[in-house]
Ligand binder design. Structure first.
Ligand code: MN
Length: 492
């Protein structure tokens, strides 16, 4: 135990924990240490180092004491002689539930495809019950990724790809941008070694020049804001993380000059009004690129992200993006649902349920009777493919997978509207129902009282929800017609 100082975990917490929380975390730490005693990681390090780092990651993400304790204990049932009953006796039901939810994925036992998907399904079900399971799993995965060099090569790639395709999008859907970036960047070199090296090189060649334009803007902006009466909390900058830079580079012919937010200045101010005032000051100093002024405060991203973005010409050839937000928005952008701003308001679980409608969609998906392959397919296409955000005429945001049609939209609003849809208007223009939607379209559906779903709609819909409703309707309708055809009227 000497090599591990519990204080290292506690100091990651921004707010000082209460004594009872310190006690719980300490108890879990010692319990895990004893349980894993003698076990070693592939790296030769004691196994305990893994659960210690997992707990530390959880503390870094400002999780509550119960979750941090469960982080220490997350491998105890599966990898040691400690039983579920023994753990429950020592730490209670809540912690056992969390530990059980973090079903190990991709261990040797679960290598078969079906078993693997099955454990993923179980994991997602547990996650839908309590989002803290996800946080433990992500903290666990992050440490595994950071020690991936010690793992067999064929496994490295599989774990890295799974992290990028499943875990990072999950972190993103909960708005935990920082964790998403950390997972992607830890996995990137193993998932795509060649591409990762290429991005490293492109960035290295450019970074000095980028930092120079950044410095110039920073100095001038800092002076101007000081002269204003705004309460500036912080001005700093971020460099786009490597995996997301690579994704953008692919879209832009691998030319870094076509990407305007490789570096971005971040201004944190006190209030929303001050965000807009700051934007005004910036635009009076530099010319903005017109199409790149984005108001995510009035129109937040679906994962809750809020900020004002603008991109300016520095005047000496450079282009710099500036992001403006309040401290609270900043906390949410980095920590999402784990942000202590949300925490303090209500239980984090409740906040997650209210804020993230798709969590309940998860629950329904897990319950359906489709086969495991179907389940994974739906999961990938519905939740992890790129999303578009479109609007109802009243300004409500509807979140759909890319490639969705007006029919998908209609069903997303209400099954009745889907079933009775007869026409659609996109951005005020009449269009056919098979029209593919794009982000920020305003969509209006016309319905007819006697309208019914058509079987060809199955080909022009993308979401499982719409297809399900269409199939159900057609099936019921078919049964009805068989009924009418073969059964004499008096028996009906
Ligand atoms: Mn683990």
């Amino acid at each position: 135990m000497d090599a591990y100082n519990i204080q290292d975990v506690l100091t990651e917490l921004k707010t000082m924990p209460q004594q009872k929380d310190v006690d719980l975390i300490t108890r879990a730490c010692y319990f895990a240490y004893k349980a894993h005693e003698g076990q070693k990681r592939r790296s030769g390090e004691p196994y305990f180092s893994h659960v210690f780092e997992t707990a530390k990651n959880l503390a870094r993400y400002e999780m509550d004491a119960t979750t941090i304790a469960a982080g220490f204990l997350h491998d105890v049932i599966e990898d040691t002689s400690v039983t579920e009953e023994a753990l429950e006796k020592e730490f209670g039901k809540e912690i056992v539930q969390l530990v059980k939810g973090v079903t190990k994925l991709g261990t040797v036992k679960y290598q078969g495809h079906v078993r693997h998907v099955e454990s993923l399904r179980k994991f997602l079900m547990a996650l839908a019950q309590d989002y803290r399971v996800l946080m433990i799993k992500l903290a666990d995965r992050l440490h595994n990724l950071r020690t991936l060099e010690h793992v067999r090569e064929d496994k490295q790639r599989r774990i890295a790809l799974e992290s990028i395709e499943v875990y990072a999008p999950l972190a993103d859907r909960f708005g935990i941008g920082k964790l998403k970036s950390e997972i992607e960047d830890a996995a990137f070199p193993y998932a795509y070694p060649k591409e990762s090296a290429e991005v490293e090189k492109i960035l290295a060649d450019r970074i000095d020049g980028l930092k120079k334009s950044l410095d110039d803007v920073y100095t001038e902006l800092n002076d101007a804001l000081k002269k204003s009466h705004l309460h500036v909390k912080k001005i700093d900058y971020r460099i786009k993380h490597k995996y997301s830079l690579w994704k953008k580079l692919k879209e832009r012919n691998m030319n870094i000059d076509n990407i305007y937010d490789v570096v971005a200045i971040r201004v944190i101010v006190e209030t929303v009004e001050e965000c807009y005032a700051t934007l005004g000051i910036i635009h009076s100093l530099w010319k903005p690129l017109p199409a790149r002024i984005k108001d995510f405060i009035a129109l937040p991203k679906l994962n809750g992200y809020q900020s004002l973005h603008t991109t300016i010409f520095t005047g000496n050839g450079g282009i710099v993006e500036i992001q403006i937000r309040t401290e609270e928005m900043h906390g949410r952008a980095e920590f999402g649902i784990a942000s202590h701003y949300i925490y303090k308001e209500k239980s984090a679980k409740k906040a997650a349920d209210e804020k993230f409608q798709w969590v309940s969609e998860f629950k329904n998906l897990g319950k359906s009777e489709t086969g495991t392959d179907d389940f994974l397919k739906h999961l990938k296409s519905d939740f992890f493919s790129d999303r578009i955000f479109v609007f109802t005429p009243a300004g409500d945001v509807i979140d759909l997978p890319e490639g969705s049609s007006t029919i998908d939209f209609a069903y997303a609003v209400h099954s009745d509207i889907g079933n009775k849809a007869s026409g659609a208007r996109v951005n005020g223009k009449f269009v056919s129902l098979d029209t593919i939607l794009h982000s920020s379209d305003i969509v209006e559906i016309e319905t007819r009282k006697d309208g019914t779903p058509k079987s060809k709609w199955l080909d022009i819909t993308k979401t499982t929800l719409a297809k399900k409703h269409i199939r159900t309707y057609i099936k019921e309708h078919e049964e009805e017609s068989i009924f009418t055809r073969f059964i004499p009227k008096k028996f009906r």
